[in-house]
Design a protein around this ligand. Structure first.
Ligand code: MN3
Length: 198
């Protein structure tokens, strides 16, 4: 398939002031676009060119000779998932079955946010923090660099990009403030709930 930069699911000004148009212009317009452009170049003329993005990620993971393909394809997927993990007017608690599952797994919504924040802040260097379903149980996990839960058996529901490039323009070095704002103002629980039901 042809790999393309997917459109943002909202205007690049829609998350102001919590995630700025300037941040999107770099993070989406330059970083995400570069992963797409690099991937296209790396698979051009190979048997991976006609595969889906998920197939490319799974074909390349763990293969040192395909590290560039893995890193760029997984970063394309992770960023698209991250944009969908936020929405204009987001923030606050989920409802229904997902809230009940969070209460059961983490001892309440506030405890969940504290644990997620601790995991996201504790990921040294570049990576991602995720809420996943793992064998029917909700878990908070982090991945390094481009790594993504979809190469294993975990099903991601939600992610926060904790690469410095994700928050530096709006939050400078304050990763904890970015993750707190994500849960207070940005998180798209409708997206997570849809993934939870799939
Ligand atoms: Mn990023």
């Amino acid at each position: 398939m042809a790999f393309e930069l997917p459109a943002l699911p909202y205007a690049d000004t829609a998350l102001e002031p919590h995630y700025s148009q300037k941040a999107f212009s770099f993070h989406y317009g330059k970083h995400h676009r570069a992963y797409v452009d690099n991937l296209k170049k790396l698979v051009a003329g190979t048997d991976l060119e006609k595969k889906t993005l998920e197939e490319v990620i799974r074909a390349a993971v763990g293969n040192p000779e395909k590290a560039g393909i893995f890193n760029n394809s997984a970063q394309v997927w992770n960023h698209t998932f991250f944009w969908n993990s936020m929405k204009p007017g987001g923030g606050g608690q989920p409802g229904g079955d997902l809230l009940a599952a969070i209460d059961q797994a983490f001892g309440g919504y506030d405890k969940f946010v504290e644990q997620f924040k601790a995991a996201a802040v504790g990921r040294f260097g570049s990576g991602w923090a995720w809420l996943v379903l793992d064998g029917g149980a909700l878990k908070i996990v982090t991945t390094a660099n481009a790594e993504t839960p979809i190469t294993g058996s975990q099903k991601p529901l939600l992610t926060v990009d904790v690469w410095e490039h994700a928050y530096y323009l709006d939050y400078q070095n304050r990763r904890p403030d970015f993750v707190q704002t994500f849960f207070d103002k940005l998180v798209n629980w409708d997206f997570a709930a849809a993934n939870f039901k799939k």
